[in-house]
Design a binder for this molecule. Structure first.
Ligand SMILES: [Zn+2]
Length: 379
C-alpha cells in the first residue's frame, strides 16, 4: 500500500526513546505545573512540524493545540485528533513503577493511557512528511490536561474544534490484545441523592423521628433496580453516608450514584425516573442533584464509515481490525454528541490502563503509525 510500516520499523529505537521521555515527565491531572511542563515538552518536540499554541486550562495545566504542516497543496476541511497529556498517576509514581523496556513491552505510568498513543500520532505525521505523502485536509491536534478528571476545562475547546471538523480521531488505548477500535462509549455521570428526615433521640423520643438512613436504604434498593431498564443502563450506588450517632434517629443521609447509558435518550429517561421517586415515609424528603456529564458516544453511521475505512487501510498490516464498545468515557463522547463522526481507541495496543501493570506492545507500533497516517490522508 505504501512504505509507512517499513519506514516506522526503521525508526523504532528513536521512537521508543521518545516515548520514554514522555513517560518520565510525570503529569497527574491535579498538578497544573506538571501537566504544563508535559505540554511544553510536547510543544518543543513538535517545533518545526506544526504551529503549536499552549491554551490556558484554568486551575488545570495548559492544553496544547497544534496545526500540522503536511505535504499537499490544497487543504479542504479539518480533521481533529484528540489526546490528553494528563495521567491518573501522582507525582513520584516513577519511583515504584519505573520506565522499563522488557519482553517486547514498554512499562511505566501513563505509557498505555495514553503517552504512547500521542507518540504514535506524531510519528505518523512525521512519516507523511518524510515520505512526501499528500494530505488533503488541515490536521489539528489537541492535547487536554484534564481528561482523567472529566475534561471540565478543555471541553469547550474540544467542542469548538469538533464543530469545525469532518472527523475526530481519538488516541486513547485500543481494546484487547488485538487492538480493537472503540466505536461506542457509554455516557454517564454522578447523581447525588440527599434524604432529609427528622432527627430525634432514639431512646426518649423515638416515634418523633423519621430516619433518613432507613429511607435512604429503601430508596437505594429501588434505584439499584433501575439497572438494565434499557440496554446498557447501569446504576451503581457507590458511596453512601448519613447519621450522627447510634442513639440519634438520623436526620440526614445521602448517596452518590454512578449512572451510565449507551443512548442519550435512555440517560434522560433514567434521570426522570430517579427524580420521580417518592419517599416511603412521607415525613422524609428526597432531593436529587447532578446528572449525566458525559453524553454517550453512540455508534453513528459516520463512526461506522470511519471504522470501515480504518479496517480497509489496515488489511496489509497483519491485523483483522475489530471494534468494541467501552464502558468508560473519553473526549470522544463530546465530539460524537455534536454529530462529528468519531473513531476512538487509535492509540497503543497494550494492557492495564490505570493499573500498576500498565504496558504497551512494541510490535504494534509500525502498524498503528501506518494506520493513523493513512486515515489522515483518506478521510
Ligand atoms: Zn485516556
Amino acid at each position: 500500500m505504501d512504505e509507512l510500516p517499513g519506514w516506522a520499523r526503521g525508526r523504532q529505537k528513536s521512537f521508543i526513546a521518545f516515548v520514554r521521555s514522555l513517560v518520565e515527565c510525570e503529569s497527574p491531572s491535579d498538578d497544573a505545573a506538571s501537566t504544563t511542563r508535559f505540554a511544553s515538552l510536547v510543544a518543543d518536540s513538535l517545533a518545526g512540524a506544526a504551529k503549536v499554541r499552549l491554551v490556558p486550562g484554568g486551575k488545570f495545566g495548559k492544553h496544547l493545540r497544534a496545526e500540522f504542516t503536511l505535504p499537499g497543496v490544497r487543504k479542504d476541511g479539518q480533521i481533529l485528533v484528540l489526546g490528553h497529556g494528563d495521567t491518573v498517576w501522582p507525582t513520584g509514581t516513577l519511583k515504584t513503577m519505573p520506565w522499563r523496556h522488557r519482553d517486547g513491552r514498554l512499562w511505566g505510568p501513563g505509557v498505555f493511557d495514553m503517552k504512547t498513543g500521542l507518540a504514535l500520532f506524531f510519528e505518523a505525521m512525521r512519516g507523511l512528511v518524510e515520505l512526501g505523502i499528500p494530505v488533503g485536509r488541515k490536521v489539528v491536534f489537541q492535547m487536554n490536561s484534564d481528561e482523567e478528571v472529566g475534561s471540565p476545562s478543555s471541553r469547550p475547546y474540544t467542542e469548538k474544534e469538533a464543530r469545525a471538523s469532518v472527523a475526530a480521531l481519538l488516541l486513547e488505548p485500543a481494546a484487547g490484545a488485538d487492538g480493537k477500535l472503540k466505536t461506542a462509549r457509554k455516557g454517564g455521570g454522578t447523581v447525588y441523592l440527599r434524604v432529609k428526615g427528622v432527627a430525634s433521640h432514639a431512646g426518649l423520643d423515638f416515634d418523633a423521628g423519621a430516619s433518613a438512613i432507613v429511607e435512604l436504604a429503601r430508596q437505594v434498593e429501588k434505584i439499584a433496580g433501575f439497572t438494565g431498564f434499557a440496554g446498557g443502563v447501569t446504576v451503581n450506588p457507590g458511596v453512601i453516608g448519613g447519621g450522627t450517632r447510634p442513639n440519634v434517629v438520623a436526620g440526614e443521609a445521602w448517596a452518590a450514584i454512578d449512572v451510565r447509558c449507551v443512548r442519550a435518550g435512555d440517560g434522560e429517561r433514567l434521570l426522570r425516573r430517579l427524580r420521580a421517586l417518592k419517599p416511603v415515609d412521607s415525613r422524609c424528603r428526597l432531593q436529587f442533584e447532578g446528572g449525566i456529564n458525559r453524553p454517550p458516544m453512540e455508534r453513528t453511521a459516520g463512526t461506522v464509515r470511519l471504522f470501515r475505512l480504518a479496517r480497509t487501510l489496515s488489511k496489509d498490516l497483519g491485523v483483522d481490525l475489530g471494534e468494541t464498545m467501552a464502558g468508560g468515557g473519553s473526549d470522544g463522547n463530546f465530539t460524537s454528541a455534536l454529530g462529528t463522526p468519531t473513531l476512538d481507541g487509535l492509540g497503543a495496543v497494550g494492557d492495564g490502563a490505570h493499573a500498576i501493570h500498565e504496558n504497551v506492545a512494541v510490535d504494534c507500533f509500525a502498524g498503528r503509525i501506518a494506520l493513523l497516517a493513512r486515515l489522515v490522508t483518506r478521510i
